[in-house]
Write a protein that binds this ligand. Sequence first.
Ligand SMILES: [Zn+2]
Length: 443
Amino acid sequence: MTDELKQYAYEHRHDFDRLVEFKSVSAKKSELPETAAWIADTFRDLGAQEVEKWTDFGEDNPVVFASFKGQNQDKTILFYNHYDVQPAEPFDEWKTEPFKVTEKDGFFYGRGISDDKGELMYRLTLLKYYREHGGLPVNVKFFVEGEEEVGSLRTPKYAEKHSEQLSCDACVWEGGGYNNMDHYQVVGGLRGIISFDVEVTTADVDMHSSLASYAESAPWRLVKGLSSLRDTNGHILIDGFYDTVDKMSPEEEKLAEEQDFNLENAKKAAGLRHTVNDYNPLKELVNMPTISINGLSAGYQGTGVKTVIPRHASAKLDCRLSPHQDPEKMMQLVREQLVKNGFPDLEVHMNLGEPGYRADVNDEFVKLAMDEAKKYYGPETKYVLNAAGGGPADMVNTLGVPTLSIGCGYAGAKVHGPNENIRVKDYTDAVQYLGNLLNAYGK
Ligand SMILES: [Zn+2]
């Protein structure tokens, strides 16, 4: 395999630096339309067939859509990127100017260079290369949004409204790259999540603790109710909670076992004293739901003594879900179980529900992505069934196609923090690998 593309990417590594210079911070609604306009112009310059700015759900951060025709017109890849970034504060912790690409000792620095402008830049570089070298191997589309860092609230609506224009055979998402053992990863899914509050009120006033002889307290009600939902080994005691867990194919089980996970290392890294689910931590991480108490609050927490029966207690919880579990239905199961267990007074308020997704590991594009990654990045390359974090899986499920993260990040990228960076070699490798993949897919 030649590395012509990699060479090209290196020579052209500063062609799209302008993108980082936009202060497109979505939290501050700063320079978003300007950034979208620049991206749209750039797509036009690179020979797009169609370029549109979608503002159906608001003018303040348009979605930029573009499509390019390839030599093989039967296959279409959609790229997802976002042009908004996190605020660059605290400015005094940056060693370089945040809104500028600075190349130093084999790294690029700048706000968004990893998340997610650098990825858009290397994809633009690839478009430029193909424009100068006989055209793209397959059709390519782009969906570039401007509100990812504030929750992508309108993204699923855009995906639904424009589903015909977005139709494709596979989608390449943002993110991906090297894990903390510096092995390249192809990421093909995500667990879902629900987040909710539970609260209980047991009296109109806080009472004297001597009255605990007859008066129940809110903290006791709460902890008893919550502890009825899970055993001490992490097994969830909610009827039906495991009924809709995804069935893993033998290929998926094999991929799960090959992942870079070592319980002893994980324990050491966190100084972790207790573990749960020790019968198969890997399968748990990949496929099974969890229930976590994120925070508890009740009563007096100050210094000294205060002998009181608090009238009110509350907790924040989340559940990670198997990729195809329905967030609303899982929330309902939690509510029903509390009632069944004798805690109808524990009020549940749902804060957030997002489904997960999982790419079909037997899909042609998914297999090719893995084969080409192993060829290019080496046999240590891992296929990851679920990324750790969240993501707008709603859009992926609307598209209904396998979706992968194959990016240029690495564990030291300082995403969202000062001195965000990527390695120059990862950037140029990403162009070469994606080119190899599109070439192979076009054949
Ligand atoms: Zn991002």
